[in-house]
Ligand binder design. Structure first.
Ligand SMILES: Nc1ncnc2c1ncn2[C@@H]1O[C@H](COP(=O)(O)OP(=O)(O)O)[C@@H](O)[C@H]1O
Ligand SMILES: [Mg+2]
Length: 266
């Protein structure tokens, strides 16, 4: 295990890094602030970004930062989401067994949300991740949540999270009805070179590293290969740490990074 070799107490570059230990980029802070505002206002928000740029991680952090005495986050991530599974999934997270038929389940959800708001004074924040995979019917169904009652105000905040093509799709005429309801759009971008370095440093600090492991030139190559996408950075760094520990290198330089990329990742 490379952890022992490098004297690490945790595994860096893993997907289950605690949300309190994240690299706090300016964009992450800004996005969290805007989404918090969206929750307060019961807005309909869309978060897009290329794959591996930290969308799901941002939502994990978001769910932890929202005040639990005010908000109830309901999170769905299912590429094969059908309307029936959608209502079932939401009801289950509220602690209820869903009625079988879609129409019944929908009414049941509306009722439970009304009760939750009326009695517990909790506002639902529904997050649908991987939303770029949903078909149009499903996206419309999600949007219907916003007009549950004839109220002027929406009963909940709704956040669609998906890869960049979700935003492109929403620009099509067929999606005009959904698009017009969007109150806020957040785009996550790739890290630049200095952010990528700070990101790597953050993971290493979390893991308990007490000295530098990657040389400056190694960081350049990792950045170039990953184009600043967090998930790819994780992948290269993990492979480099495995390679380095197997070959007894305390410092990982650019030649090693190149070898790892050519040998294992391309
Ligand atoms: N701000 C961050 N701090 C630390 N690690 C992060 C951060 N953002 C992303 N990651 C890491 O990158 C990986 C990929 O991010 P993820 O949120 O799954 O991307 P996406 O949902 O956009 O495809 C995560 O598993 C996590 O390890
Ligand atoms: Mg994701």
């Amino acid at each position: 295990m490379f952890e022992t070799f490098y004297g690490l107490s945790q595994t860096p570059f893993s997907r289950d890094i605690p949300t309190s230990q994240l690299y706090e980029s300016v964009l992450l802070e800004e996005t969290l602030g805007r989404l918090e505002y969206a929750a307060e206002r019961r807005w309909f928000a869309v978060v897009t970004g290329d794959c591996g740029t930290g969308k799901t991680t941002t939502i994990r952090r978001y769910a932890h930062t929202l005040n639990p005495s005010k908000f109830k986050v309901l999170y769905l991530s299912d590429s094969k989401l059908t309307p029936r599974h959608f209502y079932k999934g939401l009801l289950e997270q509220l602690g209820f067994e869903s009625k079988f038929y879609r129409g019944d389940a929908k009414r049941q959800l509306h009722r439970e949300i009304e009760l939750m708001r009326g009695i517990q004074h909790l506002l639902p924040v529904v997050v649908v991740d991987e939303a770029h995979l949903l078909d149009r019917e499903m996206l419309e169904e999600v949007r219907f949540l916003l007009n549950m009652k004839m109220d002027a105000e929406s009963p909940m905040a709704l956040i669609l999270v998906g890869q960049s093509e979700l935003w492109d799709r929403l620009q099509l005429q067929a999606y005009a009805a959904i698009r017009q309801r969007i109150d806020l759009q957040c785009k996550l971008t790739h890290f630049d070179r200095s952010e990528a370095e700070a990101y790597i440093q953050r993971h290493l600090t979390y893991a308990g590293a007490t000295q530098d492991i990657f040389s400056e030139a190694a960081l350049d190559d990792i950045y170039r290969f990953s184009s600043g996408a967090a998930r790819l950075i994780n992948k290269v760094c993990t492979h480099c740490l495995m390679y380095g520990s197997q070959n007894g290198h305390r410092i990982i330089d650019d030649r090693m990074v190149k070898r790892v990329i050519e040998g294992e990742l391309s």
